[in-house]
Ligand binder design. Structure first.
Ligand SMILES: [Ca+2]
Ligand SMILES: [Ca+2]
Ligand SMILES: [Ca+2]
Length: 970
């Protein structure tokens, strides 16, 4: 029977194994006439879910819910069921043995998963692929099995939609060449990045780290909840292992995991955990440090989550448990239904774009979106070069899906650790000595308490830096103890740009323009998205590799389960507030960072540089060696941590509670308040306008004196602004200060720092809006993310000046659009006078009350008549005193209420309004007293005439959602 083949584009051997590699195919020394493995053929979808994937989170959830309730989700987005059966029949007719259909088999094979698994060997590889496997030697002299040219498939398969291929085999490895005369850089001696040079790393239990990261159920203020609140099931990718343990231990996996839980000091985690094994193909391995990290972390950070371990295809019938098979088992597990799936394993890390292998992996993560699963991946531990000696920066393409949260790695140092780390000593000393710039940077990184000589032993987190445990001694690139390590081992956080795919919309909407730092400067998907402790100055206390006893673990393989445990807690909060599972939520994370920057501890110090070529006069250990024996040439391309998002640590490490509040607020806004006009609209041409008549705060922030022009409709306002003071309050600091355990000493340390000029504009519906800084029109890179939440930041091209346009009025976006709700009011005082704040309902974004406008006679009385009551009946909330914090519950808030506020300075007797026309005048100009600090957060200036202009005398936040359900986030 003659078979007609279609060539598969971009399906060369190097497309599977060595994207951006620098080695040629080996010379064939003969056919490989003895092999056997299993192959996935992956079909296209009946329809493309493009619209669903590009919609916002709430719309995705609504579309999924509709498709599920109509029972049409998989007939729409799986393979065409008829074509799927035809593919199976064709393969059978060609003589192939197929694995049985079903989602709970050794291999997942179904129309929904679009996958058929077949066995191939030397007798029929050519029948399937129209090609042969050859034997040869790579440039390092290793045996290689490979094919030449592209693969093909019978046209009877391609015509029915087979497009993807994945091999369950370990036979195919990356190829790299030595580069004679490669351009090298000289590396500094000792630690390659600050913050990883503590002579002996600290040790931390995962639950204690969860408390440091302020997880909603583990935080300092909520420590009882982590053992009680039911959190979502977590799937762990554990290829060829599942729950297998050594028989000689005479204990079950559950007994061993529970012994570890019980070994946690002081917390009495005595209740047993729930562990589920999914290993229909068996499992040959019973020991792995990766599994120890995964299990130990999730079962103690979120101990009520069921832990499901996926062994993938196992080892029966020629299976090799490539990670792909375990992913499929997890994504299609309709019995245990994990809400989160965490993976730290990798296979085929360098797949080329446009290849059938890329199709298989890319669509696998889309399947996870459709199954409403949050995917979390470790970014990898090979630094910027990703252990791939092509001289460039690399990331694992299969771990860089835009539909997965990619977790990078930090090194965490306490004040004591920083004091003992020669690379952090200067920072520790400056901080203890009260050096303002140092402390300011530490607070941006999430510091909550003023470091002093007295706080040296509190073990509190002082600083996090990029995890990078590469050390150089002479010409050896090794670990700190010159015992292994180096560029080919797991010793530094990966991270960078994956040019095999476009930059995702959430990174674009966050204002990023990412490109590789190597000379190719290619744009693409930036990773990681986020970070958590991976190693360096702190390591995790986890079980031993065989699940018995305790040992020490590290790697971004720990950051991924830390984030998975956090997502499992978020999921519990979402369910408690009547929201669906989070599922694919990357866009929510970036939006949270844009509107509530205190949701993340920003890491600004360190690098992950490790790009290299083979050959040259440096030496580094082999992948498993303990001495430096492999010649390499460092090429010096990598990524530095910096302010905000960076390609070494993403958005940063979590402040779990603040992030949970932001995520739920975003979810409710998208779910229930789509009809509320955003503060600023932007059209396809990038022009701005206002949809409604509204009063806007115009806030200038700049390093130097600036001239600002604001055009609204036919009005032009021009004003000069002096430079902002060095420590003028930011949204980040204002929101951080609204934590009850944030140190009043830190609050007062940064008092009396003047903001730039505050102006006010009043717009009509449909008015155009344009902002110029020093004559240059300013863009608004994050407008899409922030405008639903009442503010937009305009930035000039030069980057040293910006203007925030913000509403002084909150919209009560309550849970489910419900009326008569409670709102949490959080207050931090950084003024010395006696203050009180009142909230009242207004009719519109201009503050009108029944026809009275701010500044009209009788407005104050009308406002008092519209005042909300606090629990207890009062209509004003007294400030807690200089530096201090308080919170209270506002009653009777209805969905969509426009909430305004006023401030009384009881020391001076003055009352101030959010609308400047109602305030005093200086030089004929009304004085503004309110400054926006992001998501429903504002700061008051409490002094007539503008005082010191620091707008932090009373920081006030309204939270319309956290009191719902059990109120866990209050
Ligand atoms: Ca950063
Ligand atoms: Ca002030
Ligand atoms: Ca102040």
């Amino acid at each position: 029977m003659a078979i007609t083949y279609d060539e598969l584009p971009n399906s060369a051997y190097l497309d599977l194994t060595s994207y951006r590699g620098n080695a040629p195919l080996p010379t064939a020394t003969g056919l490989n006439q003895s092999f056997s493995f299993n192959v996935a053929l992956v079909m296209e979808r009946a329809n493309e879910p493009t619209a669903l994937l590009e919609a916002d989170w709430a719309s995705r959830q609504a579309q999924l819910e509709t498709l599920k309730s109509n029972n049409t989700l998989w007939s729409t987005y799986g393979a065409d069921p008829t074509a799927y059966q035809q593919v199976r029949t064709e393969l059978t007719n060609l003589g192939f043995t197929l694995f049985p259909e079903g989602n709970n088999q050794q291999y997942v094979s179904s129309a929904e998963s679009r996958t058929v698994w077949v066995m191939v060997d030397q007798t029929n590889f050519h029948t399937l692929f129209g090609n042969f496997l050859h034997k040869g030697l790579d440039e390092q002299g290793n045996d290689v099995t490979f094919w030449q040219d592209n693969l093909n498939l019978p046209d009877t398969l391609t015509s029915r939609g087979v497009k993807g291929v994945m091999f369950d085999t370990g036979d195919f490895a990356s190829l790299l060449a030595a580069a004679p005369g490669g351009t090298g850089v000289d590396l500094p001696q000792d630690g390659q990045s600050p913050g990883n040079s503590l002579p002996r790393a600290g040790q931390i239990y995962p639950n204690d780290l969860a408390a440091i990261y302020n997880y909603p159920f583990n935080s300092e203020t909520t420590r009882d909840w982590w053992k009680a609140v039911a959190t979502a099931p977590i799937g762990l990718i554990e290829p060829n292992m599942g729950t297998a343990v050594e028989a000689s231990l005479h204990k079950t996996f559950a007994q061993l995991a529970d012994e570890y839980r019980q070994s946690l000091p002081d917390v009495h985690l005595d209740q047993p955990g729930t562990y589920v094994n999914v290993a229909p193909g068996g499992a040959a391995n019973d020991s792995s440090g990766e599994r120890s990290l995964d299990v130990s972390i999730v079962t103690t950070a979120s101990p009520t989550s069921t832990v499901i371990l996926y062994a993938g295809s196992g080892d029966a019938q020629g299976a090799r448990s490539v990670v792909f098979t375990a992913y499929q088992a997890a994504i299609w597990d309709e019995t245990n239904n994990p809400a989160v799936v965490s993976s730290s394993f990798r296979d085929y890390p360098h797949i080329a774009p446009g290849s059938p292998f890329d199709f298989a992996y890319r669509e696998l993560f889309v399947d996870a979106v459709l199954r409403n699963i949050t995917m979390v991946n470790a970014v990898g531990d090979g630094g910027s070069g990703d252990q791939f000696a092509n001289g460039l920066t690399n990331v694992d393409t299969m771990h860089a899906s835009p539909y997965s949260i990619v977790a990078g790695g930090s090194s965490l140092s306490s004040q004591q650790a920083a004091t003992d780390d020669p690379t952090l000593q200067g920072i520790a000393k400056s901080a203890t000595a009260g050096n303002l710039p140092t402390i300011w940077n530490l607070v941006e990184g999430g510091l909550k308490h003023l470091p002093t000589a007295d706080t040296l032993t509190t073990n509190e987190r002082l600083i996090e830096t990029v995890w990078n445990s590469y050390f150089v001694y002479g010409k050896d690139i090794v670990d700190q103890y010159n015992n292994g390590g180096g560029f080919q081992q797991n010793f530094a956080a990966a991270g960078g740009v994956d040019p095999s795919q476009p930059q995702p919309s959430y990174q674009t909407d966050f204002g990023l323009h990412l490109a590789t730092s190597d000379p190719s400067a290619l744009p693409g998907r930036g990773v990681p998205d986020v970070a958590a402790l991976a190693g360096g100055n702190s390591r995790y206390i986890v079980t031993g590799s065989d699940m018995s006893g305790t040992g020490s673990g590290a790697g971004t393989s720990a950051a991924a389960p830390m984030w998975s445990a956090l997502v499992a807690q978020f999921d519990a909060v979402f369910r408690d507030q009547g929201l669906p599972h989070l599922g694919y939520m990357n866009d929510l994370l970036y939006t949270a960072a844009a509107i509530a920057p205190a949701s993340f501890n920003d890491i600004t110090l360190g690098n992950n540089t490790s790009s290299f070529l083979y050959g040259g006069h440096y030496l580094t250990p082999s992948a498993s060696g303990s001495t430096a024996t492999v010649n390499v040439t460092p090429t010096g391309w990598g990524y530095e941590a910096g302010t905000g998002y960076d390609l070494a640590t993403g958005l940063g490490t979590p402040n779990g509670l603040l992030l949970a509040r932001a995520l739920t607020a975003i979810a409710h806004e998208q779910t229930s308040f789509g009809s509320v006009d955003h503060v600023v609209q932007v059209d396809a041409a990038g022009d701005f306008s206002t949809a409604v008549s509204e009063t806007l705060l115009i806030q200038t922030t700049s390093n130097a004196a600036a001239t600002v022009d604001v055009i609204t409709g036919s009005d032009l306002q021009s004003f000069a602004s002096g430079p902002s003071a060095a420590y003028a309050w930011t949204s980040l600091l204002a929101q951080q200060s609204l934590q009850s355990n944030f140190d009043p000493n830190l609050v007062r340390l940064f008092d009396k720092q003047a903001q730039g000029t505050l102006a006010q504009a009043e717009t009509q519906a449909g008015d155009s809006l344009a902002v110029f800084v020093d004559g240059t029109e300013a863009g608004a890179p994050q407008v899409k993310m922030t405008t639903p939440f009442g503010f937009v930041d305009f930035a000039s091209g030069s980057g040293d000046g910006g203007v925030r346009v913000a509403r002084p009025v909150a919209v009560a976006e309550t849970v489910g659009g419900a009326d008569n709700q409670q709102a949490v009011v959080r207050v931090r005082q950084n003024g010395e006078d006696s203050l009180a704040v009142t909230f009242y309902k207004v009719d519109d974004f201009n503050g009108a009350i029944g026809g009275l406008n701010p500044g009209d006679a009788g407005y104050a009385a009308a406002a008092q008549g519209r005042a909300y009551q606090f629990a207890g009946g009062a209509t004003s909330l007294a400030g807690p005193g200089y530096g201090n914090y308080t919170q209270a519950m506002l009653q009777g808030v209805n969905a969509g209420d426009h909430v305004a506020m006023s401030l009384v300075n009881q020391s001076s007797g003055a009352t101030f309004w959010a609308f400047s026309q109602a305030n005093e005048q200086v030089g004929g100009q009304s004085v503004g007293h309110l400054w926006s600090y992001g998501l429903n957060t504002w700061g008051w200036e409490d002094t007539r005439g503008g005082g010191d202009h620091d707008f932090n005398d009373l920081i006030v936040q309204l939270d319309f959602t956290s009191a719902s359900g059990h109120g866990w986030l209050v």
